[in-house]
Write a protein that binds this ligand. Structure first.
Ligand code: GLA
Length: 693
C-alpha cells in the first residue's frame, strides 16, 4: 500500500511489518524520513516534527539522509547520481515535477532546473513482502552528457548506537564467506570490475547496530539485481549518518547519454526486518520464492553432472554408463558437462562451435538424449555461449567479435576470450545458435557457464551494461520459446549469483569446490541472502579431487542435502555398496526436499564450531528436517543439544527413522540430541513430523 499526503509532501510505502517514508523538503530534496517498523499515517507525519540534522556552515545538512542523493551544492558525501553536462557542469539542481502512483508502484519525477535532464525514482512494493524495490530512469533531451554514477537506490539508515556491516567475500573455490565487522567511517566499497557478479564479492549488504544476533535485532539490508560489474558503497559519515548505495558499473566506468536517450538502471531491493539475521535471511528467501524465481513452486530434481567424472574425456559410451548408474540411484536429471562440442577435447579449443563433436557423437546428441529419457531422467547440457577459444571456427570467421582494443594484446584466461554481446550481430548469433540447439535437440536443462572476466573493454563503456542486457534478453527469449527448459547459472562455480540472474534461471552452481567441509562455510554465507531451493550441491568423490580431503560418504551426502541435491562423482568407480547407500540417501532426500526447497530455513549452529546444524521447517509447521554435522570431536566435549526453532511448544513430533516422540517444549529449550556416531565427520538427517491431536 502506498499513501501520499500532498500537503505535507510525504509518501508512505508499507509492507506487512515495515515501512519506508519519503519526504520532499522545501528545496525539493527527497529525504528518507523513515526505514523501519510500520507506522500509521499520523505517526509518519509526526516524524516531520523531529529535530532535523543541524545546519553546519561547511556542508549541506541533508548529506547522508537523501533517497535521491544527487551531486551538487554543499554535499560532499557519496552521491548516488553524478553526471557531467556537455559544458562541463557537474552539479545537478533537481526540482520536483510530479508523481505517478498505483497501489504497488510509485514514480517520483524530477527535472534539472536548467539542463533538459529528468530523473525518475521508481519504487515497487509487494503486499506480502517487506521488500521495497527501487530503480532510477534518466532521460536526456539535451546535448550528450556523461553519467558518472546512477545508483539504483540509496538506502538511508536511522541513527543507531553503532553500525556493523555484514557481507560476503570470496574467490574461486571459496565463494560466499560471511564477513561481519564494524562499519568504518568513510566509504566501504564492495564491487566487481569483472563484467560479471564475481566470486570476490556479492551485491548485497546488511547493517545492524552491532548487537543483532541470529535470532534477535533489527537488520537493514539491500541487494542489487544485476549480473555485471557493480558497486555498493556503505558510507558512514562523521555525523553518524549511514547510507547503502548500490548500482551497476564500477569506478571509473562512465556512460554517454546521447540526445533523446534514456538510462534505466537495474532494481535494488531494500528490506528492513526484526528478529536477527536468521529472520532477515528467511524474509529474503521468501521474497525470492514469491517474486523473483520464475518457477519457484517447482521442486528441483536430483541432478547428476558428469564434469568431475569425465572432465573433457566425453563420449557417448562413457556418458551412457554414467547415466545408467545415475538412474539406478534415483537421479532425475542427467547433465552432460563440457567437452561434447566442436574440437573441445581440452580447454584450448572449440568454445564457440556449438555442434556435437562428430567423432564423439557421430549421430549427434540424439542417441544419448534418447537413452537418458528412456532411463526416466531429463537431459541437461553444459554451454558457455558468451565465450570463444581463439582455436575455434567461430573465432577464425569473426576475430573482431571479441571484446578487444586494437593496440592491446587480447588477454586470454583459460585460453578463451569474451564475445562482445553489445554488438547486435553477436547478440543475434548468440540467440540463433542456442535457439537452434534447443529446437533440434530434446534438451530439458542448460547449465549456462561464464568462465572468465572482461579485459580490454572499451571504448564504448556501454558494453558493461549492454553485455548483461543482451544476456538477459537472450535468456528471456529462449525461455519464452522453450518454456519447458530450465536453466542453471554458473560462472566458474558461484561467480554469477544475484537477484538479476535468478529472475531468469532456476538454480545456480554454488561453487566448483565440492569438498563437503569447505562447503559448510560456503553454504552458510550463501544462505544469508539466497534460498536453499537454488543452491546446487554435488556429492563427489573422496579424496576430493581439488582439496584431497577424505570425507565419509554420508557426511558428503548430508552436506549436499542442504540445497538442491546432486551427484557429481565418478559413478563407474563407486563400489556397489556405495551405489546402494547412495540410492538410500537420494530416497531420504526426496522425502524431505519439500522442506529444504520450500520450507523456512533456520541456521541453528554456524559451521565454525565443532557441531553445526540447519533446520528446514514446513510453511505450516507440520514437519521439519534437521541436518547436523560434527567435524571433529575433542576429548571431553559432549555434543550439546541442538535447540530447534519455530516449533509449537505444545506439540509432539515423531522421528521418522526411530519412531521416537519429541516434545516441542523440550526441543525448543534443551534441544535435539542427534545421536551422532562417535568419530570425526559424523552427520545425521533427522525428519520430524508433528503428531496429530
Ligand atoms: C566451470 C564450471 C564447472 C565445469 C567447468 C567445465 O569451471 O564451474 O562446473 O562446468 O567449467 O569446463
Amino acid at each position: 500500500m502506498i499513501v501520499h499526503d500532498p500537503d505535507r509532501r510525504l509518501w508512505i510505502l508499507s509492507g506487512p511489518s515495515s515501512c519506508y517514508v519519503l519526504h520532499l523538503d522545501e528545496a525539493d530534496r527527497l529525504r528518507t524520513l523513515h526505514w523501519g517498523p510500520r507506522l500509521s499515517h499520523e505517526q509518519a507525519l509526526s516524524l516531520l516534527r523531529l529535530p532535523q540534522p543541524e545546519h553546519r556552515s561547511m556542508e549541506d545538512p541533508a548529506d547522508g539522509v537523501l533517497d535521491l542523493a544527487s551531486a551538487g551544492g554543499l554535499r560532499y558525501g557519496q552521491a548516488g547520481l553524478q553526471v557531467r553536462f556537455a559544458d562541463g557542469t557537474r552539479d545537478l539542481d533537481l526540482g520536483y515535477s510530479g508523481e505517478r502512483r498505483t497501489d504497488r508502484e510509485l514514480v517520483l519525477e524530477f527535472a534539472d532546473r536548467h539542463y533538459p535532464l529528468t530523473a525518475e525514482c521508481h519504487y515497487r512494493i509487494y503486499g506480502d513482502s517487506d521488500v521495497v524495490e527501487r530503480h532510477l530512469v534518466l532521460r536526456n533531451a539535451g546535448e550528450p552528457l556523461t553519467v558518472a554514477r546512477a545508483d539504483s537506490a540509496t538506502w538511508v539508515l536511522p541513527r543507531l548506537s553503532g553500525y556493523r556491516l555484514s557481507c560476503v567475500r570470496g574467490q574461486w573455490m571459496a565463494e560466499t564467506r560471511l564477513h561481519r565487522g564494524e562499519l568504518p567511517y568513510g566509504e566501504t566499497t564492495l564491487t566487481s570490475r569483472r563484467g560479471v557478479t564475481s566470486h570476490q564479492a556479492n551485491p548485497w549488504a546488511m547493517v545492524d547496530d552491532g548487537t543483532a544476533s541470529e535470532e534477535h535485532g533489527a537488520v537493514y539490508s539491500c541487494a542489487l539485481a544485476w549480473s555485471g560489474s557493480w558497486r555498493l558503497t556503505a558510507q558512514r559519515l562523521p555525523t553518524e549518518r549511514v547510507t547503502l548505495s548500490a548500482g551497476a558499473g564500477h569506478d571509473p566506468v562512465t556512460w554517454e547519454l546521447g540526445a533523446g536517450e534514456e538510462l534505466v538502471t537495474p532494481a535494488c531491493a531494500g528490506l528492513y526486518t526484526e528478529g536477527g539475521f536468521g529472520s532477515a535471511s528467511r524474509a529474503w528467501h521468501d521474497h525470492q520464492l514469491r517474486h523473483v524465481l520464475p518457477h519457484a513452486g517447482e521442486t528441483r530434481p536430483v541432478l547428476y553432472n558428469s564434469w568431475e567424472a569425465t572432465g573433457f574425456d566425453v563420449s557417448l559410451e562413457s556418458q551412457v554408463k554414467l547415466a545408467e548408474k545415475a538412474a539406478q540411484m534415483g537421479v532425475e536429471l542427467f547433465v552432460m558437462d563440457d567437452g561434447w562440442f566442436g574440437a573441445r577435447t581440452h580447454d584450448a579449443a572449440g568454445l564457440g562451435d556449438w555442434h556435437p563433436n562428430p567423432h564423439r557423437f557421430p549421430h549427434g546428441l540424439g542417441p544419448l538424449i534418447n537413452r537418458v529419457h528412456e532411463l526416466g531422467m531429463r537431459f541437461g547440457l553444459w554451454v558457455e555461449p558468451e565465450m570463444v577459444n581463439p582455436d575455434s571456427d567461430l573465432y577464425r570467421a569473426h576475430p573482431d567479435w571479441v571484446i578487444h582494443r586494437p593496440h592491446r594484446a587480447r588477454t586470454e584466461h583459460r585460453n578463451q576470450l569474451v564475445l562482445d554481446l553489445s554488438r547486435p550481430q553477436v547478440a543475434d548469433w548468440l540467440h540463433r545458435t542456442l535457439d537452434e540447439l534447443l529446437a533440434k535437440n530434446d534438451i530439458d536443462f542448460l547449465k549456462w557457464d561464464m568462465n572468465r572476466p572482461f579485459t580490454e573493454a572499451g571504448p564504448d563503456e556501454r558494453l558493461w551494461l549492454d553485455h548483461v542486457r543482451t544476456l538477459y534478453d537472450v535468456l528471456d527469449r529462449l525461455r519464452a520459446a522453450h518454456p519447458h527448459v530450465r536453466i542453471e547459472s554458473c560462472s566458474s562455480g558461484g561467480g554469477r549469483v544475484d537477484l538479476g540472474i535468478l529472475r531468469r534461471t532456476d538454480q545456480v552452481w554454488t561453487s566448483d569446490n565440492t569438498d563437503a567441509l569447505d562447503r559448510l562455510e560456503i553454504q552458510h554465507g550463501f544462505s544469508q541472502l539466497y534460498p536453499a531451493r537454488v543452491m546446487g550441491a554435488w556429492v563427489t568423490d573422496s579424496p576430493n579431487p581439488y582439496t584431497r580431503r577424505q570425507v565419509p560418504f554420508d557426511f558428503r551426502f548430508h552436506v549436499a542435502m542442504a540445497g538442491a541435491l546432486a551427484i557429481g562423482g565418478a559413478l563407474t568407480e563407486w563400489s556397489q555398496a556405495d551405489l546402494d547407500r547412495a540410492a538410500e540417501l537420494v530416497a531420504a532426500y526426496k522425502r524431505i526436499r519439500h522442506l529444504v526447497q520450500h520450507g523456512r530455513q533456520y541456521r541453528l549452529l554456524p559451521p565454525d564450531g565443532e557441531l553445526s546444524a540447519v533446520e528446514y521447517l514446513a510453511p505450516d509447521g507440520g514437519q521439519l528436517a534437521v541436518l547436523a554435522f560434527r567435524r571433529a570431536r575433542r576429548f571431553g566435549h559432549a555434543d550439546p543439544g541442538i535447540r530447534l526453532r519455530g516449533l509449537d511448544a505444545q506439540a509432539r513430533y515423531r522421528d521418522q527413522t526411530t519412531g521416537q516422540i519429541h516434545h516441542g517444549a523440550v526441543l525448543l529449550t534443551h534441544g535435539l540430541f542427534a545421536d551422532l556416531a562417535p568419530g570425526d565427520y559424523a552427520s545425521a538427517l533427522i525428519h520430524l513430523i508433528r503428531e496429530k491431536g
